[in-house]
Design a protein around this ligand. Structure first.
Ligand SMILES: NC(=O)c1ccc[n+]([C@@H]2O[C@H](COP(=O)([O-])OP(=O)(O)OC[C@H]3O[C@@H](n4cnc5c(N)ncnc54)[C@H](OP(=O)(O)O)[C@@H]3O)[C@@H](O)[C@H]2O)c1
Length: 236
């Protein structure tokens, strides 16, 4: 039997890039994966790939900027499965390329709402299900920009520094319930993030991040890895 058989995993931003790689890995490990994102077509393509590999997945189209969409997602998972074992807060936006004083407040709001408020809303939705089970993993996909300065990406960096603070604090709130809350902080990953386009053989691959998530959800009962920083082996 695969390691995660019987477990329910919710992955946001599952239609492409890092989220798709994580979803496919969790599906291969036996979890039923709820694929969350706005683009139902790309989610359906990932579902097809997971099913072709013998896994189970479902499309859960939702805009994480909409609080009621997150509430509906939570109700749907609770009604059908009554549990959530793994939550991966992966969806994120960059909107990089300008100094902070030139970005519009609306841009700041979208970055914060996607990268920081949505993880809060999803934890608010799914932590009670994990508490009821006395187990669970919450994995927040942060960034090395949550540790370093990022010129022309101050709002993005602020959202990821915030996500790290949220992660470490919620980890303390939930560890007595058997729930591990971790951050994964990659450097440059070979995805379309920020519209930059793929390319660069030196970059981390989405599968490399999926490997880290696979390790986090299969830790021994006494182990709690709270954060993993993933750097490209070589610089560009
Ligand atoms: N690529 C990198 O170099 C890198 C480095 C460090 C950290 N990260 C982090 O890794 C995560 C994934 O990035 P990626 O590289 O895979 O980027 P990506 O290919 O641009 O994927 C971003 C995902 O977020 C989803 N998303 C964005 N806004 C959403 C919303 N309002 N509601 C629902 N889903 C939304 C998108 O789905 P829809 O468009 O279908 O909604 C998409 O699946 C992000 O948190 C990013 O900050 C990336």
């Amino acid at each position: 039997m695969a390691e995660l058989t019987g477990q329910i995993a919710v992955v946001t931003g599952a239609g492409r890039g890092i989220g798709a790689a994580i979803s496919k890995r969790l599906g291969k490990m036996g979890a039923t994966v709820a694929l969350v994102g706005r683009d139902a077509g790309s989610l359906a393509a990932v579902k097809t790939e997971i099913e072709a590999a013998g896994g189970v997945a479902e499309v859960s189209a939702a805009d994480l900027l909409q609080e009621d969409a997150i509430a509906r997602l939570g109700e749907s998972i609770k009604a059908r499965y009554g549990r959530c074992d793994i939550l991966v807060n992966n969806a994120g936006v960059g909107m990089l390329g300008k100094p902070l004083h030139e970005i519009e407040p609306e841009t700041w709001d979208v970055i914060m709402a996607t990268n920081l408020r949505a993880p809060y809303l999803l934890i608010r939705t799914f932590a009670p299900l994990m508490i009821a089970e006395g187990r669970g993993h919450i994995i927040n996909i942060s960034s090395l920009a949550g540790h370093n300065s990022l010129k022309n990406g101050a709002a993005y960096a602020a959202s990821k520094w915030g996500l790290n603070g949220l992660t470490y604090s919620v980890a303390e709130e939930l560890r007595d319930f058997g729930i591990r809350v971790s951050a994964v902080a990659p450097g440059s990953v070979n995805t379309d993030f920020g519209g930059s386009g793929k390319g660069g053989s030196w970059k981390i691959q989405p599968d490399d991040v999926a490997n880290v998530v696979a390790m986090l959800v299969t830790q021994s009962p006494q182990s709690f890895v709270s954060e993993v920083l993933v750097r490209p082996a070589r610089k560009p």
